[in-house]
Ligand binder design. Structure first.
Ligand SMILES: O=C(CCCC[C@@H]1SC[C@@H]2NC(=O)N[C@@H]21)Nc1ccc([N+](=O)[O-])cc1
Length: 123
């Protein structure tokens, strides 16, 4: 199919897996995120994700999505990034994320973590 439509199964360098359902005409999508790592005490469970992508003429759109970890942690991650297609037609998603855990009070310096992830398509 068309390159950099996010529908499908993706995996990042941590071994986390992301399944994105069909991307709607307005660019919105939803899916499921299975993280390979966690700071939560409770066992990891699949989490829902919702986001949107652009449809970019060069076929290398930007996107963003939110993962609500509700089933095992009171925390939230937002990812934002761009899809790139390499010379072999291989797609990669370069992302940065912010992970917010629930803090006891405002201005909790320890509450937000930041990082990067690169995803490649599994299917
Ligand atoms: O552990 C969690 C929820 C799972 C977060 C997984 C992150 S999302 C960015 C990165 N990319 C991945 O594929 N996986 C990791 N939440 C949580 C629980 C406890 C605390 N804590 O500090 O106690 C902080 C966060």
């Amino acid at each position: 199919g068309q390159k950099c439509i996010l529908t499908g199964l993706w995996r990042n360098e941590l071994g986390s897996k992301m399944q994105i359902q069909e991307v709607k005409g307005d660019g919105t999508f939803s899916g499921e995120y299975k993280t390979a790592v966690s700071l939560a005490r409770r066992p990891i469970q699949p989490a829902s994700l919702n986001g949107s992508q652009h449809f970019d003429e060069a076929g290398q759109p930007t996107f963003g999505f939110t993962v609500n970890w509700k089933s095992f942690s009171d925390s939230t991650t937002v990812f934002t990034g761009q899809c790139f297609v390499d010379e072999n037609g291989k797609e990669i998603l370069e992302t940065m994320w912010l992970l917010r855990e629930k803090a006891k009070a405002p201005n909790g310096w320890e509450a937000t973590r930041v990082g990067t992830n690169v995803f490649t398509r599994i299917k």
